[in-house]
Write a protein that binds this ligand. Sequence first.
Ligand code: FE2
Ligand code: FE2
Length: 209
Amino acid sequence: MATKTTENKDNSPVKDSSATAETAASASKKNIQADNASVNENEMKNSPLHKFFVSALKDIYFAENAIIDALDKMQEAATTEELKEAFEDHQFQTKKHVSRLEKVFKLIDETPEKKECKAIKGIIEEGEEIIKSTEEGSMTRDAALIIAAQKVEHYEIATYGGLAQLAITMGHDKAADLLEKTLQEEEDTDYDLTEIAETYINFDAEQEE
Ligand SMILES: [Fe+2]
Ligand SMILES: [Fe+2]
């Protein structure tokens, strides 16, 4: 009895495993490209760098939304028409930045979500303090508001610059193009704010008593 069982056990697994091996080999030949693609995609999604990239996108998605609200208050508080207009224009651009980020999330198969960004909350709070501590209708207020706004732009420039480079490294070319487009607009805004300060604001602010 014991011998028969052993023979059966020995014979059948050998036949079965060779049959399974043949089936698996032909199946993997047919599907090798699809398998590799899904394995690569899963590996990519689980990589620490991809996770960091998504987390940083959620951070800047929160920041851009907070900036839309902050620009309302800054526009209202500004003294000169030049600065009011600059804030209004950039608020319009910032709404585009939000929708571009939503496209980036979609391109990498992730859901747009906000993750509280303490840095931008702090920078926006600083702007609110400037409004409280400067006189309404003064040029000093505009000079100070420009610096507050440029701190926001520099935070965004650092973020988009880094994220665009990471997107290139990870092969997300379309996402990189969108991030670079926003980066360019943040850099242009920073430049325009400097122009406004030097042309319309700083000299008059210096004359105030
Ligand atoms: Fe932005
Ligand atoms: Fe901006």
